[in-house]
Every structure is written in structure tokens, then in C-alpha cells.
Design a binder for this molecule. Structure first.
Ligand SMILES: Nc1nc2c(ncn2[C@@H]2O[C@H](COP(=O)(O)OP(=O)(O)OP(=O)(O)O)[C@@H](O)[C@H]2O)c(=O)[nH]1
Ligand SMILES: [Mg+2]
Length: 634
């Protein structure tokens, strides 16, 4: 299922929260102060089921200028904008500012809701619609539908839902295969659970048990539990609202603006290179070393902008800049951000991160500008690195070159550079995997095995297919096999014919279990060819049938028993005798039939047939009509 976030936008009091309540039944103004003042202060959350059953997350933002910082914390995860404009007031300052922010963050889809239509007449409505169209010209909402709404009476809601569905279906799905990224927007404690953070998962998949690093503080922890819209989940995917219960972290270590990522995938930074576009409406050119407020993910970061290759950036122009922050934070190449002036707080522009960890530059150095231009275009190695970062199980060199539109020679050089830097690892001759992706896959596999061993202490290991399923959709069998042999070579796991176990795991029977296994083995030894049914064994050894079955499985893994058929086991000595009888008989007579075997063993057809079929299945004998011959007569 596709996961998307719909985010409200619009001027204060234009009816965003009322509209969300009318759509979903949820009052997103959950703070006492919000309810008293009838005004949204901080982000609110709800879920909307669209006409086709898609469950969209909703982020409701405050419209008041004073809380724009909170709006920015919500805007980072928005896929579809719901721009709310009150028909009685039409476009107002924060209508424009919110729209600017959504554009700077590269939101591509949306719908316009004209609320409070019940308070104006048709003539006025037409004037307002024209005004709105004029403001949306040249934006991603230029062709968006404008829906007339009266939230108090629920008028226009079905049409709005349809329009939202169509915008949602046009929205590009976020990459659930990339390393996960969760910008934190709330932190709280739940009695009995501990620390919980919430946010919009903007990339990747997060699972219970996953190792997590909290940036910029670099605190390592684990996911203890997950929820989305108050429902417990084992895994959550990009585009979902999520609540994460973190193991062993104090709430003091976290705040809005923190970022959760797989350990080691991003480093905190205080300086980055970027393209920076100034809005045409910015009041004046942006001068070198201006102190600004930068908004990235859910964080607000103060710092100075060093303009590269020029003295200033004019309104409406784009330039290169280096941002020098007053505190560490984390960002990645390609991330979008918004810039406001320090005081008064006016949104003046935004841009795209080109390099999250550059050195300091000489401002006028043409080589610096050239390098930044190359980074903006994407050099083969940055392209390949970005591509591999989003490939959780790596990619063949050919595949990578093809998807990036690189020549094989360029791709090979790029691969060499990344291999030498240790950023990428060659899994086998052809397959490359990003070290971050490998670390995540390794962690996930060992975790899954640990959980399996804990739940199944008597099983020798997890089936390979089950483990492959745990690792995620789209791990090809070949890539999986390569990963398994790598982990085996590193001494992390042991791979048997069909199962995988952690290298540090062995089946440990306690003395009582061992005694039970021995007693069961004796029962089977004594019974010989006429093996007992499980409930007979259960009576004989005075243990419940489940316990007998469990021990039979352990015994089977240890080679004490062979499973001949449903509920039918032979002791290995009995099986060896049967095998000898079959072999001798065939050598003397050329073949053996079920009734001959039955007579030889003094058993009944009930045993004779499954035993011979078992011999066929292990390719000891082969059936020809009613008779069996040896597969390997020599
Ligand atoms: N008549 C009428 N009143 C409406 C409608 N929608 C909202 N209102 C009223 O407008 C006022 C503001 O509504 P809110 O939903 O709080 O506005 P908001 O956009 O969420 O405001 P902020 O979050 O503070 O920016 C409330 O008194 C609502 O009852 C509508 O369709 N018709
Ligand atoms: Mg509101």
C-alpha cells in the first residue's frame, strides 16, 4: 500500500483544523492552550481514509506567523499539500509564505480548499477564485482543483476527498528501500514503555529490533516498539506517521529536530555546501556572512551563510553558499532546507545540500565553484554512492550503470573510487553494496536470528527462506546467498543445508529434556520396524504429545531419528537395518516390492510403503512400477 502524508497550509484562522476535523473526526488541536484560544500552536496529527481505502497521514500546521517554526517542522514530511484559504479573506500573508515554503521543499502535489463558503455570496466567490488562481500561477498548484467548502455543514467534503485521492495517487512514493530517516517532531514518555518519539518516516523501513542512531548526539539505541496512528506495527515504511519506543534512552537526550538513522550512515556536521535560491519577494539581497535561521527536517539551526563566488545573492536568483551552523546537526546530500532571516523572521529562500561535510573554501576560488557545479550535476561517484545507498542489498555494476545512465567505463572508475574510500564493498566479483546498507542488513539478520533462537531454543536454526523474508522485499536469491556466505566467512553465522543460525547459538537441552529425549529414543529402539504413533509414545514416556514432537524434532536434527512420514519416525538404527535388508534383497533378487519388504521386516503395509517412499526420496532406491531398484547399484 502507498503511504503518503497530507499537510495543511494556510493563513491563521482560515479553517484548517476545522476542515481536518470535518474530514476525519479528529480534533488536531490537542493542547489545552489551543482549545482555550481556538488557535493551533503546534503540529496536530490525524489519519484520513480515502475513497479507495488508502490511509493517509495528516499533519495539521498552525497558521499564525508566530508559530511558523512549528509549521516548518511539519512541512518537511509533506507529500500532498492541502492549501486552505478562507473565502471571506482570500489570500493572506501566511497563505503566500506557506506556499513559498512548500515550493522550496519541492512538494509537487496538492489541492486547494476554499473554506467558509457559507459566509459569502456567489459573486464574491468568483472574485476570490480568480484571486487565488492568480497567486497559484507558476506554482505546483497552478492546475490544482479549488474546492468550495463549508466545514461546519460538511458541504463539499466528498469532492475534496476525491480530489485528495487523485493528488495522492499522483504523488511519488517515498523510497522504502533506502536507509531509514526519521526527523523527530515530538518526544514524550509513556509509563511502562519509556521514551517515545514521533515523526514522519521520510525514507526507508524501520522494524522492531532495528539499531538506531540519534543524531546529532550520536546516541545508539534500539527500536523496542512501533506504532502508526495508535496501531502496533512490526515494521513501518516511508511516508507513514510513526511513534517509536526507544530502548534505554532518556527523553532528555532527545528533542524536536533530532534525526534517527541506521548507525553510522550519517555524521553530524556544522557546515555544508548548498545551492541557495532567494525568493523574488525577499526584501533585500542576501549579503555574505548574514546570520540566518535554517530549517531542515524538524530542526531549526542558527548560523551564517557564506556566499561563494559572489558578494551576495539577489532576490529571485540562485547561488552557491556554505552554511556554518552554531550547533551540530545532520543532513545528507540532496536534502532541501528553508532559510529565514534572523530578525525579523521572514522566509527568504531555501536550497539543496550539495555536500554535507566540506572543508572551508576560499570564497572566490573558481575551482571551488567548478566542484560545486559538478556536485550539483552529480559526478559519477556521487551518483553511484547515492544509488547504492538506496539499494539495501546492493546492485550489480551493470544494473547500476544502466539505471544511472553512466557508461560502463565511468561506472567502473566510480566504483573503484568508492571501493578505495571504503564507502562501498564488493560482495562478490560483480555486486557492490554500500557499507551502510551492508551494516543495516547484517544487523537486521543477526537480530532476526537472535529473536528466532530465543523463541525456538530447540530448533537448530531459522529456515533460509524465512530469513530472506525478514530481510525485506526484493532481496534477490543471489544477493542473499552472497550475503550469507559473507556472514559465514566472518564467523557471524553458520549456514546448513536449509537453515541458518547465529555462530554463538547451539541447541541446549536441560537435563530433564535430555532424559526425555533418551527415553523416547529407547521406546523407538524397542519398537523396531513397528514404530509407535506419537500419542502412544506420549503415554509410554508420560509426557504431553507436544513435548514428544519437540524432542523428536531435536532428535531428528541430531540424527537420532529419521522422519519417515506424517507423525512417523524411525530410530536411526532401525532405519539402518531396513536399509541393509533392502540393499541385500535387491542385490540377490534384482528388485524389491512393498509386500516383500513388509515380510522381511515383519511389519505391515502401513510402515512398509512410507519407508520405501522415504528411501526413494533420499535417492537410495528408485521405483519402477511396483518394484524398487538401487539408484547406485555399485
Ligand atoms: N462559517 C464557517 N466557519 C468556519 C469554517 N471553517 C472554519 N470556521 C471557523 O473559523 C474559525 C477558525 O477555524 P480553525 O479551524 O481553528 O482555523 P485554523 O486555520 O486551523 O487556524 P490556525 O490553526 O490557528 O491557523 C473557527 O471559529 C471555525 O469555527 C467554515 O467552513 N464555515
Ligand atoms: Mg488550526
Amino acid at each position: 500500500m502507498k503511504h503518503v502524508i497530507i499537510g495543511t497550509a494556510g493563513h491563521v484562522d482560515h479553517g484548517k483544523t476545522t476542515l481536518i476535523k470535518a474530514l476525519t473526526g479528529t480534533d488536531t488541536d490537542r493542547l489545552k492552550e489551543e482549545q482555550e484560544r481556538g488557535m493551533t500552536i503546534d503540529l496536530g496529527f490525524a489519519a484520513l481514509t480515502l475513497p479507495d481505502g488508502t490511509l493517509a497521514g495528516i499533519v495539521d500546521v498552525p497558521g499564525h506567523e508566530r508559530f511558523l517554526k512549528n509549521m516548518l517542522a511539519g512541512a518537511g514530511g509533506v507529500d500532498v499539500a492541502l492549501l486552505v484559504i478562507a473565502a471571506d479573506e482570500s489570500v493572506m500573508p501566511q497563505t503566500v509564505e506557506h506556499l513559498d515554503i512548500l515550493r522550496l521543499l519541492d512538494v509537487k502535489n496538492g489541492v486547494v480548499a476554499l473554506t467558509k463558503c457559507d459566509t459569502v455570496d456567489e459573486e464574491w466567490l468568483q472574485i476570490v477564485e480568480e484571486d487565488v488562481r492568480g497567486h497559484l500561477k507558476d506554482t505546483f498548484l497552478a492546475n490544482a482543483p479549488i474546492l468550495r467548502i463549508d466545514s461546519l455543514r460538511g458541504k463539499g467534503l466528498p469532492a475534496l476527498k476525491k480530489a485528495l485521492l487523485s493528488a495522492v495517487s499522483r504523488a511519488e512514493a517515498r523510497n522504502a528501500a533506502a536507509p531509514f530517516r526519521l526527523p523527530v517532531d515530538r518526544v514524550f514518555t509513556r509509563p511502562g514503555f519509556g521514551t517515545v518519539v514521533t515523526g514522519t518516516l521520510i525514507a526507508g523501513t524501520l522494524r522492531v529490533g532495528d539499531a538506531v542512531e540519534i543524531l546529532p548526539r550520536q546516541i545508539q539505541t534500539r527500536v523496542r516498539g512501533l506504532q502508526s496512528h495508535s496501531k502496533k506495527q512490526e515494521a513501518v515504511e516511508a511516508g507513514m506517521r510513526v511513534a517509536v519506543n526507544l530502548a534505554g534512552v532518556e527523553t532528555e537526550a532527545l528533542e524536536r529536530g533530532a534525526l534517527l538513522v541506521p548507525p553510522g550512515t550519517l555524521a553530524p556536521t556544522q557546515i555544508f555546501d548548498a545551492t541557495l535560491r532567494l525568493l523574488p519577494t525577499a526584501p533585500k539581497p542576501l549579503a555574505n556572512r548574514t546570520r540566518v535561521r535554517l530549517y531542515h527536517g524538524t530542526a531549526e539551526i542558527l548560523g551564517r551563510v557564506v556566499i561563494l563566488g559572489a558578494d551576495e545573492i539577489e532576490p529571485g536568483e540562485t547561488g552557491y553558499a556554505q552554511f556554518r551552523a552554531e550547533h551540530p546537526f545532520a543532513c545528507a546530500r540532496g536534502d532541501r532546507f528553508v532559510v529565514r532571516t534572523y530578525s525579523p523572521m521572514i522566509t527568504i529562500g531555501g536550497g539543496v545540500v550539495l555536500d554535507p561535510a566540506p572543508g572551508r573554501h576560499r570564497r572566490r576560488d573558481p575551482a571551488v565553484i567548478e566542484t560545486l557545479a559538478a556536485k550539483e550535476r552529480g559526478t559519477p561517484d556521487t551518483l553511484l554512492a547515492t544509488y547504492l545507498q538506496a539499494a539495501p542489498f546492493g546492485s550489480s555494476r551493470k544494473e547500476a550503470a544502466r539505471s544511472l545512465g553512466l557508461s560502463e567505463a565511468d561506472a567502473a572508475t566510480a566504483a573503484q573510487t568508492l571501493l578505495e574510500r571504503g564507502e562501498v564493498i564488493a560482495l562478490d566479483g560483480d555486486r557492490l553494496i554500500h557499507q551502510a546498507a551492508l551494516a543495516t542488513a547484517t544487523d537486521r539478520a543477526l537480530n532476526a536470528l537472535f529473536a528466532y533462537h530465543s523463541a525456538n531454543p530447540l530448533r537448530p536454526g531459522m529456515s533460509k527462506e524465512e530469513l530472506r523474508g525478514v530481510l525485506g522485499r526484493g532481496v534477490e536469491p543471489r544477493a542473499f546467498a552472497t550475503l550469507l556466505s559473507r556472514w559465514q566467512a566472518e564467523g557471524r553465522i553458520v549456514v546448513d543445508a536449509a537453515t541458518v543460525r547465529r555462530a554463538d547459538f547451539t541447541v541446549q537441552l536441560n537435563p530433564r529434556q535430555q532424559a526425555l529425549l533418551d527415553r523416547i529414543a529407547r521406546v523407538y529402539q524397542d519398537a523396531g520396524f513397528n514404530a509407535p504413533a506419537i500419542d502412544e509414545v506420549s503415554r509410554e514416556v508420560s509426557a504431553p504429545p507436544d513435548a514428544v514432537t519437540a524432542m523428536l524434532r531435536v532428535g531428528q536434527d541430531q540424527g537420532v531419528f529419521a522422519r519417515i512420514g506424517e507423525g512417523l519416525y524411525y530410530h536411526r538404527e532401525t532405519l539402518a537395518r531396513a536399509r541393509k535388508l533392502v540393499e541385500d534383497h535387491i542385490r540377490q533378487h534384482g528388485s524389491i516390492t512393498v509386500s516383500q519388504f513388509r515380510d522381511l521386516t515383519g511389519s505391515s503395509r502401513k510402515y512398509a510403503l512410507p519407508v520405501l517412499e522415504y528411501f526413494d526420496s533420499i535417492r537410495f532406491t528408485r521405483r519402477i512400477g511396483d518394484e524398487r531398484v538401487l539408484v547406485n547399484p555399485t
